[in-house]
Each structure stands twice: as structure tokens, then as C-alpha cells.
Write a protein that binds this ligand. Sequence first.
Ligand code: HEM
Length: 530
Amino acid sequence: MSNENGTNQNGHSHGTDSDKTLTTRQGHPVTNNQSIRTVGNRGPATMENYHFLEKISHFDRERIPERVVHARGAGAHGVFEAYGRVGDEPISKYTRAKLFQQKGKQTPVFVRFSSVIHGGHSPETLRDPRGFAVKFYTEDGNWDLVGNNLKVFFIRDAMKFPDLVHAFKPDPVTNRQDGERIFDFISGTPEAMHMITFLFSPYGIPANYRQMQGSGVNTYKWVNAEGEAVLVKYHWEPLQGIKNLTQTQAEEVQGKNFNHATQDLFDAIEDGNYPEWELLVQIMSDDDHPELDFDPLDDTKIWPQDQFPWLPVGKMTLNRNPENYFAEVEQSAFGTGVLVDGLDFSDDKMLQGRTFSYSDTQRYRIGSNYLQLPINAPKTHVATNQRDGQMAYHVDVPEGGNPHVNYEPSVMNGLQEAPKAGKDYEPYYAAKLVRQKIDRQNNFAQAGERYRTFEDWERDDLITNLVNTLAPAKKEIQDRMIDLFTQCDSEYGQRVADGLKAAASMNIQKGPIGSTSSKDAVKQAQEESH
Ligand code: HEM
């Protein structure tokens, strides 16, 4: 594996070492790579056969645990170019983050796109949110913007995340995804209706990774040099346009190619057809906004664009494929805690829960020194007093530093604290510690609005996919869901109810969510309900 300078661990230049001799990892030339060592050519084998034992035992350890969610993914390198402004204003008014300040300033990035629920080689045509995680290697260290394609999420409290994921993952007995289990959970989770409306529409199956949007989903903060903060939401808009698939189109693609999104991204970059996204932000003053009918920190809500315009801040271009999938894509590690000066957390309860989860899982999935791997290491000065641990690869002593001093403070040429970049942002808190839901839940209004703003074909696809998934579920779960759809929009509820009535006489099988086993029944129901 090469490091940032393109050299391997022996200091040999990657790709220029002309000696093609096969060796063991100990540097011993391998003279026979065909046969294990045996007593006579029919065996038995001997245990001192070091070359074989090293080869097979490394192979036995080739897999690391896959991501507990977002296991299936594809990645690419690129560059982010700042506009130096946010809309018409200088960006320094809102944030002192260095990567945004000057027009034309370039910051290298690595992006990983993914689907969420199924395993590492699952089809890329499944109905699922898509991950959109960006690592910015800034001069102030790394910033990870870990987003999705859809702009809202199923839940607003991190406590519920493991339950949500268990409901969507395969049944622990049958090992199959089961719409009945999903809607059993969702029918008791009314805040999910906005996300469900997106997920079962064509937005639930982006045509590929290049033609999909991205969103930070959670609310963050920006902090300026005076220590003043604003609330901020991030959006990525694909300059290639947006393209989604209906369920039927997705099944046609899947019949021929279940890696189509990975292939599309890789081939586009290989052909020099570099995908681009503009980064836009929405800004709100840093308070509760009692005038709104939703809580600005609630990630099941969109901030209306007419009140909070999308303001462009820069553009990202992906222009280089990974050289090795495992080293760069599988071992990449993104987290919501990875912010740079001038960017901050909001009190969004999901964001705070996420921030613990990512680095926690990465210490387990990759190892305690995962930040020493080239794909995760910042491309700037790094000097810590962290030492040792599994697979420690180097020690962070700067040139001229004292390798004996791995603590701080010290008068013996140890590491020292950095000067402050601006005034501290110091929000004031005074409230009871509680376990409570938020006040302004408003679970249905935006979901109903979404239903009404879809085009006819998108609405038809939404109803078909919902009916197909709900048809094999218990009547009680169907009724609870119809009630929730009706609270979003009465026509929405009616169309699902009519579809389920027509589907009742058909023997609809459980399948992956949205699957078309019952297409004819649903078509008939839709015709009758029009
Ligand atoms: C991946 C937890 C909500 C986007 C992951 C991983 C965990 C996790 C444990 C695996 C990370 C790894 O192995 O490297 C959580 C928790 C959440 C939450 C606890 C809620 C409390 C969200 C939301 C979004 C999101 C709301 C969208 C904004 C992603 C993405 C990845 C991911 C894009 C894949 C990153 C990659 O490509 O490596 N999440 N997540 N997650 N999550 Fe979340």
C-alpha cells in the first residue's frame, strides 16, 4: 500500500520498482508458489512450512467487519473549490473556517457514496437512502460532512437508531428484509412519515451516484471570528442533474447488473467525465425560532427554501478513482465529530448521538489507530501525544521534536497548545436535565406537502411501492399506516387504503421493500381509485 508520497513501507517507489521477484512479507524470495511442503508428493504436510502458513493465515484475515450500516459503497477523490462568499455576502461574516474564505481556494476531498441496509456486495438498485460522505483534507485538519441523498431522516432522537436499523435489516430468523417488520416499527414512529414519503417515491432509488443530491440532514453551526454563531444546513446539488428510477426500471437494471452505480462512477471518472456538485447552505439565526411550526433542530424537517434560501459556497469535482478499493474505500472512516475551526455542532439530538457512534464503531471496525491510515490521516501537520495500540504505524514527533516527551506540559521541547483562531463561541445553557420529546413535532404537514408536490408519475410509483410492501402485513399494521398517511393528506391515505383493498384478494408475497410482485393488483386498484 502506498502512503501520501507514493512510497511503500520499504521506501520503494510505488510502481517503479523493477524487481518483479515474488517474496514473502519477510522479504524472502519465493522459489515455489505452487506446492505446499509434504513428505513425499502425496503428503502428509509439515508444520514448519512458513511461506504457506504466512500466505494462508494472512488470507484468513483479509476481511474486516463491514460497516454496520452503509456497507455497500463506492468512493472517489477530488477537489473542493471555494467561492469565497455565501450568496452575495463575504463568507467571513458567518464562518471563519479557512477552506471557505478565498475565492478559488482548493481543498482535496475524498467521497464515499453508499446504500444503507444490506451487505457489502448487495445490489445497488435497492430502495434505500444513499450515503454521501465527504472528507475535506483542509489546512486546519479534516472536516467530514457525513450526509445522505435525502434531506430528512426517519427519527429525531439518537436513542431510536438501533431499533430503526433492526427493523429495516433482514429478519433475524428468515434473514430476509420484511416490510411487515418495517411498518410495525414505522406505524409507531409518526415522525418518519416525511422520510417514508421520499423513500417509497422514485427518490428512494437514485439512478446512480452521479445524478443524486446530497444533504448534511442534521443542523450544524458556523462560527465567525467574533465568536458569533448561526445555524446552518448543507446541500449538494449535482451539476449532472437529478435522475431516479421507478421500481420497474430498477428491477430491469438489477437483472443485468447489480454493481451499476459503482461502475457508472468509476467509468465516468476513467473517461474524464468528472462529476460535479455545488455546495449550498441555508442559514438561520441561532435561536429556537418560535415563529416556525417546526423545530429548526428537527432532522425530519426541511427548512422552506422561500424563507431560507439556498446560498452557494463552492463546488466539488471528483476526478480520480481509488487505486485500491480496500485501502481507500473500505477503510475510509467518516464521522460527524470531525469538524474544523469555524464549524460547530448544533444541539440537534441526532447529531450528538451520531457523533459518539462513528468513531466508536471505527475503533472496532478498523482498529484503534484507524486515523494513521493514509486515507483517514489529515494532509497537514499532525502531532499528538497518543502512542502505541494495535497496528501503530508511526509516532507523531515533529522534526526537531523530543521523542522522549509524550506528555504535555513540558519544558523539554514537547508539544504546545495552539494559539486561538478567534473568539470562543460559548453558548449558555440553563434547563432541567430531562428525557422528553421535543414540543413542535408537526409530524405530518411536510409529508403531506411532499405528497402534493410530486408529479403524477412519482405519486403513482409511491402508492404502488407502499401497497406492494404493506399488502402482506397484518391488518392492524395496515390500518395504523393508513391512519398516518391520512393525517399527511386525505387523498394519500385513501389511495393506499384502496390499493390495499384491491390487493387483498391477491396472494402477495413478502419481498424486498417496494418489489413488484403485486404490480397488476396495484395497477387495477389505482385505476379504480382515479
Ligand atoms: C455510517 C451511525 C444517522 C449517514 C454509519 C455508521 C454508523 C452510523 C455506526 C458506520 C460507520 C463506519 O463503520 O465507518 C449512525 C447513528 C445515527 C446515524 C447512530 C443516528 C443517531 C445518520 C444520518 C445520516 C447518516 C441522519 C445522514 C445524514 C451516514 C453515512 C454513513 C453512515 C453516509 C456511511 C459513511 C461512509 O461512507 O463510510 N452511521 N448514523 N447517518 N451514516 Fe450514520
